[in-house]
Design a protein around this ligand. Structure first.
Ligand code: NAD
Length: 260
């Protein structure tokens, strides 16, 4: 018995990183998963590896037409949609006063508009399936500030707001909506060297480990699999009375500062 037996879940940004781990865990727990991303090759490969309960679909989360097409793929392949993990996101580093408007809007389009369109497109499908769950990926920076990621942090705050409003509006249809707020997680977003085949994976790793030992009370960076387990909890019956909340998963980073 899996915790998601019979469920059909769309996971955005699922070709790699946290979304990939969510897709893997959800399939292992019995769900059918629509692996959605703009990285077609990686997404197709993952869906093939996951087997008959996975399908890849090209979905740029900022494009309403892509969402409609993804809903059709999900319905054709698995008969319904009753779960959504809005995980896709992008990060850019810049001081606010140096951020070009175009860059700000690009981040809003993926992180914020993407979550809005996901809810707008799939909530009616989830309602038609008799209810279900939405998990939005916000961030530690959706609850507090962080210098040099102003546009990103603004969109992640917006996702927490959208989560609360969606939970209120969709509760009567049996749809629970929550947000995960990861701190630093070891993926290509926090460590772009992971994407560079020429880079030595060990290079600088001791310095990075020292950095997180100092910064994070639990003394290390988080793993994508750990966020996937939180997304699973919020997507299954174990969280049946939970909706409208942001859940921080950050090794204690947001708890406060340490004098040591
Ligand atoms: P990642 O960069 O490995 O994964 C992001 C995924 O989103 C990629 O597969 C990418 O192709 C996809 N994506 C980007 N633009 C897209 C678009 N327009 N349409 C569809 N897919 C798109 O990084 P990750 O850490 O796995 O990020 C997952 C989520 O977690 C993001 O929302 C990110 O903001 C959030 N997050 C990450 C961290 C961290 O430290 N890594 C911390 C807090 C929150």
């Amino acid at each position: 018995m899996g915790r998601l037996d019979g469920r059909v879940v769309v996971v955005t940004g699922a070709a790699r990183g946290q979304g990939e781990q969510e897709a893997r865990l959800f399939v292992a727990e019995g769900a059918a998963v629509v692996v959605a991303d703009v990285l077609d090759e990686q997404g197709e490969t993952l869906a093939k590896e996951l087997g008959p309960r996975a399908r890849y679909v090209h979905l740029d989360v900022g494009r309403e037409e892509d969402w409609a097409a993804a809903a059709t793929v999900a319905r054709d392949a698995f008969g319904k949609v009753d779960g959504l993990v809005n995980n896709a996101g992008i990060l850019r580093f810049n001081a606010l006063v140096d951020t070009p408007l175009e860059e700000f809007l690009q981040i809003v389009r993926v992180n914020q508009v993407g979550v809005f369109l996901g809810i707008k497109t799939l909530a009616p499908e989830i309602a038609a399936a008799g209810g279900g769950t939405v998990v939005n990926t916000a961030s530690y920076t959706g609850l507090t500030g962080m210098a040099y990621v102003g546009a990103y942090s603004a969109t992640k705050h917006a996702i927490v707001g959208l989560t609360r409003v969606a939970a209120l509006e969709l509760a009567p249809q049996g749809i629970r909506v929550n947000a995960v707020c990861p701190g630093a997680i070891d993926t290509a977003m926090s460590n772009p060297a992971l994407l560079d085949p020429a880079a030595d994976p060990e290079a600088g790793s001791e310095a990075v480990a020292r950095f997180y030992r100092k910064l994070v009370p639990l003394g290390r960076i988080g793993r994508a699999e750990e966020v996937a387990r939180l997304a699973l909890f919020l997507s299954c019956e174990e969280s049946s009375y939970v909706t409208g909340q942001p859940f921080v998963i950050d090794g204690g980073w947001l708890a406060g500062v340490s004098a040591r």
